[in-house]
Design a binder for this molecule. Structure first.
Ligand code: PLP
Length: 425
């Protein structure tokens, strides 16, 4: 499609957008009495208007029923987490029994490493992306130390080539091959939080398996954003949070995927709790842990129902919108943003905005990271002043994520217009 950098053109795209009405389902933060341009759905997704009703339902049942709510609430709390696998499995591309909702992201990353990072003297390395999200870095480092290894030797980071911003798949694969049978685990983000690069999870998994290593992905920036086929790609495990693209509220309950070949293996080592115990006999409260032979076997605690109710409200919206429609709109929104940035650059004497997110559609999701070569902070402050909520990363990167559920093409045009106006002065 040939885009145009005009408000009429952007408004036309919105009119023809089949997901246009979904924006009405969200509370949009306000700025001077007007809707903000909210481009930080990659950091904290907006609140669905329906969330209050879902949470209120559980508060009411708690008030009315007390402990009886475990069995007699409208949505009984005991098996509350069982309402998620069907919907989540379509979002991350797996079988329903490969997915479970529990805990928070970094906790789950640790729990999964307990199972999938069991280093030996010969095989102890973790391969990851350089500049992984800090919480992940700390998780890797502390796990390595916990097992008595030296992070400086055991953690192998794959970095971009000199003068480049994103990783080349060929470089990731060659590092995996080079370290061969000293590698215990290959653990990448699905989408890098800083550059917005979407990694080739299928190829990384293949390469990791070829050297006998496990492979896992932190999908914090991928779940609810890009197409995922975890089962088909043969990924061993993955985890994600629900409060970014999945709009389930600050600190919301997180998700885990474990491939069925591992999920079925109840003898795999893990840290156990009563909620991972075989349901039929759980309440006999006997000695000796007997794991559920699905991803549920990694659960520790009973369901945090209030946080799960918020998650459910959001997943119902995803289901109503449909993943393929969401992906289609996401690609168009992001293509329009790339087009606008190129268009602005083309009218400057020298390039001012270097988009460091891959230009290849198959290597990115919603997020666009822009390295500002001129007036970075000024541009960001002007955006903030005019009601654009974006994200600033030192030294001079602006991250924005137009999301298909509630952002519009007009948002993207406005964003470009504010930047261009500022550059004129
Ligand atoms: C957002 C994010 C986190 C945050 O972890 P929490 O445990 O939810 O606080 C961790 N890792 C990555 C890659 C993230 O993007």
């Amino acid at each position: 499609m040939n885009f145009e950098n005009t408000i009429t053109f952007a408004a036309g795209l919105d009119v023809n957008d089949s997901l246009n009405e979904f924006r009405q389902k969200f509370h949009i933060p306000q700025h001077n009495g007007k809707d903000c341009i909210y481009f930080t759905g990659n950091s904290l997704g907006l609140q669905p208007k329906s969330t209050a009703k879902y949470v209120q339902q559980e508060l009411n049942d708690w008030a009315k029923l007390g402990v009886e709510g475990h069995f007699h609430a409208k949505n009984p709390w005991m098996p509350y987490h069982e309402i998620f696998p069907q919907q989540l499995s379509t979002i991350v591309g797996c079988l329903p029994h490969e997915v479970v909702v529990m805990n928070s992201l970094t906790v789950n990353l640790h729990l999964l490493m307990v199972t999938f990072y069991r280093p030996t003297k010969e095989r102890y390395k973790i391969i990851c992306e350089a500049k992984a999200f800090p919480s992940d870095q700390y998780a890797f480092e502390s796990q390595v130390k916990y097992h008595g290894f030296d992070p400086a030797e055991a953690i192998i980071e794959v970095a971009p080539r000199e003068g480049e911003h994103i990783l080349r798949t060929e470089d990731i694969l060659s590092v995996i091959q080079k370290h061969g049978d000293s590698v215990a685990l290959v653990l990448f983000g699905g989408v890098n939080y800083y550059t917005g690069q979407l990694f080739d999870m299928a190829e990384i998994t293949k390469a990791a398996h070829a050297i006998g290593a496990y492979t896992g992905f932190d999908l914090a920036h991928a779940a609810g954003n890009v197409e995922l086929k975890l089962h088909e790609w043969n990924v061993d495990f993955a985890c994600w949070c629900s409060y970014k693209y999945l709009n389930s509220g600050p600190g919301g309950v997180a998700g885990v995927y474990i491939h069925e070949r591992h999920a079925r293996n109840t003898s795999l080592p893990r840290f156990a709790g009563w909620w991972g115990y075989t349901k039929e006999t759980r309440f006999k409260m006997e000695k000796g842990f007997d794991a559920i032979p699905t991803a549920e076997g990694w659960q520790l605690s009973n369901a945090p129902v209030l946080s799960m109710a918020a998650h459910k409200a959001s997943l119902d919206i995803f289901e109503e919108a449909g993943m393929s429609q969401l992906h289609e709109k996401r690609k168009r929104l992001s293509a329009y943003l790339h087009y606008i940035m190129n268009d602005i650059n083309s009218r400057q004497q020298e390039k001012v905005i270097e988009v460091i997110t891959p230009s290849d559609k198959t290597e990115r999701g919603c997020q666009v990271s822009m390295l500002m070569l001129k007036k970075g902070r000024e541009v960001f402050d002007a955006l903030t002043k005019q009601g654009v909520i974006a994200d600033w990363r030192e030294p001079n990167v602006i991250r924005v994520a137009p999301v298909p559920l509630y952002n519009t093409f007009e948002d993207v045009w406005q964003f470009g217009n504010i930047i261009e106006t500022l550059l004129k002065h």
